[in-house]
Each structure stands twice: as C-alpha cells, then as structure tokens.
Design a protein around this ligand. Structure first.
Ligand code: 6PG
Length: 227
C-alpha cells in the first residue's frame, strides 16, 4: 500500500496523469477500469486538456468498475460523465470504449459484461486481469458499487454483480472483489476532507475497518496506491 498525498485535487490529478503515462508507455494495449461519481471529473478534464497529446489513446481500452443501471445519456451515468469530461475532447477509437449497457436488464448485463471481460482481458486463475483499476471511495466506505449493506457481493463468484444503492435503491452493475484484487495495479483516487476519517480508519485498520468494502482491496500480485 503506497500513499501519494498532494495539496489539492488538481495536484492529485496531474500526478496521476504522470503516473498513468509511465505505466502505459511499455504496453501494446492497456486495459483500465474507470471509477465513476464526481472525483474522476477533474482527472478526466486534465487528461483531456493538459495531457491529450501525450496519451497513446489508441492503445488504451476503457472499461468501468461499476455503472449505474440507467441509459447512457442519463445524468447519473458514469459513461456519460466520462464522455462529457474525457471522450468528447479526445480522439479515442470507439472500439476502445467498452461501456456497461446501463439501459439493459441489470442481471443479464452483469453476465454480458463478465463475459466481455473474459474475452477481452487476460485471465489470472480464471479471473480477468486489468492493467489498472481506478477506484473511488464513498464516505460510507463503499468502492466500485459494493456497499457495506451488501458487502458479501465482494466475494461473489461472478466477475460482475448487480448491486443496490443503500439509499436510492438504484441498481448498479459492479465488478467483484476478485476482479479488483487480480489487477496489476489498483489506484484509489480519494479527495476531500469528508473522506479523510474513513481513509484513516481503513488504512490504519481502526476498530471495525473491515466493515468497509474499500478495506477489502488488496492486490494479490500487483500494487495498491492511494492518491
Ligand atoms: C460510482 C462510483 C463510486 C464512487 C464513490 C465516490 O459509480 O458512484 O464508482 O464507487 O467512486 O461513490 O464517489 P465521489 O467521487 O462522487 O465521491
């Protein structure tokens, strides 16, 4: 577990872009699972506006660690957020974007996406293996869309599960813990004072820390970074 701490979210985003460029440069293809929510918006803006000319977009294949079960043009869609902040500003081949079809039935889409990961990615002990999984963390300690009230989904045998938001009940498709922990590298991007206490509880293994899905992230063979 490596901590990369910066003075503000712009500094985090820039440092992360530099790191991304570093780990991509020797790859023929780079398979990355993106996080959703609001934190990645600034990262994507900076990737597209400050670093657009440096990224080898044609080598990069974009997936999502989780997606809300809504249409792709819905304000809640992680895919839409990524189009607005990144894909609409850069020239990435359409076939490199592998969105979760949020408009589909959640259960069948979780199966479809799990199969897509099996086809597109190398597998390590049968589990699809990302070069990088970018994760956010909710202030309730959830990550991807594995929430504390259904933390057992983390250990599902299915690569992708259907999760339920604890307040809104909104259905989500999420990768499971095995897919996350099999990645070559996992990077948490967490900013804002509101999450500091939860980050401390998890990383310092304070009383009850294991009730937080984010505490279950521990890459078996790769690196775990906290930006
Ligand atoms: C999602 C995300 C989720 C997110 C956290 C943090 O679909 O909402 O993937 O796991 O990373 O909820 O969200 P914020 O960045 O908005 O705080």
């Amino acid at each position: 577990m490596e901590f990369k701490i910066y003075k503000d979210n712009t500094a985090v985003a820039k440092a992360f872009c530099e790191h991304l460029l570093e780990i991509i440069k020797d790859k023929q293809k780079f398979h990355v699972a993106l996080s959703g929510g609001s934190t990645p918006k600034l990262l994507f803006d900076i990737m597209a506006e400050t670093y657009a000319g440096q990224f080898p977009w044609e080598k990069m294949h974009f997936y999502w660690g989780d997606e809300r079960c809504v249409p792709p043009d819905d304000a809640e869609s992680n895919y839409k957020m990524t189009v607005d902040h990144l894909f609409s500003k850069i020239d990435v081949p359409k076939e490199n974007i592998h969105r979760v079809l949020g408009e589909n039935d959640p259960t069948s889409e979780a199966m479809r996406y799990a199969n897509l990961l099996e086809i597109n990615l190398d597998r390590v002990e049968g589990v699809p293996h990302f070069d990088l999984v970018i994760l956010g963390m909710g202030d309730d300690g959830h990550t991807a869309s594995i929430f504390p009230h259904e933390i057992e989904l983390w250990n599902s045998d299915d690569h992708c599960v259907v999760a339920n938001h604890p307040e809104s009940g909104q259905k989500r498709v999420s990768v499971n813990g095995k897919v996350i922990n099999r990645a070559m590298e996992v990077a948490f991007l967490v900013t804002g004072k509101g999450k500091a206490e939860k980050v401390e509880a998890i990383t310092q293994k304070k009383e009850g820390f294991e009730k937080n899905p984010a505490s279950l992230v521990s890459t078996t063979s790769g690196k775990l970074l906290w930006y």
